[in-house]
Ligand binder design. Sequence first.
Ligand code: PGA
Length: 261
Amino acid sequence: MTIALTAAPKLIVGNWKMNGLRASSAELEALAQGLATRVAASTLGAGVALCPPATLLQGFAERARDVALEIGAQTCHPEPSGARTGEISAEMIKDAGAALVLVGHSERRAMGETDADVRARAEAAWRAGLLAIGCVGETAAERDAGRALEVVGAQLAASLPDAASDANAVVAYEPVWAIGSGRTPSPAEIEEVHAAARAALSSRFGAPGDRIKLLYGGSVSPANAAEILATPGVDGALVGGARLRAASFLSIVDAAAPVSA
Ligand code: PGA
């Protein structure tokens, strides 16, 4: 599959984080078969991508080749190659058969990744021909201080390169306090941040900025997915957690309003 990913009305991306061994291919198999069934029945209303750990990229990409599923990495180093022990470049991710990469996830920002680092990683993704999914979001303290919009706006401005467009970039709003916590913002709070982010993208990037997909992430579950995905301004979801299983992931995919059969 090539990147028809962002053309779908909604986009659902799974982030396995540092979870998954080769034995997890049973989950991939269940997901691939579930997606194939939905494609055959014309009930798949979303682009779907999965970001396993780097060790599984190649095997997952091979299995996903003829499936409506793209495989992505969870970060990349800005440089294409070199003396960077332990790092993985965007070119290597592409070579493994992946089509996208997350950049600036809050779990990486918490380890010291700056907006400038995130921008460099997005540029590396594009150099290698990958879609970049840039993550932004406020902490609980920032939200409590009434600074959520300001923080998200500043992260967007500083971590998205000037060449961003709907063809190469997706943005995920992930409040740090909602990730892995079981707590989510209210639909009104999500709508407020997405509206502000959309306004910023449109004013900076023009028409392509109108179309850059804006995902919500942070404790999305089968129970709340329909409400979150129906919230105005939400173009999809970034779903994480060790608990991610094919059946629950597929029910989130199904909650992304199916296109009419
Ligand atoms: P969560 O993680 O769904 O477990 O909250 C989301 C993410 O970290 O992308």
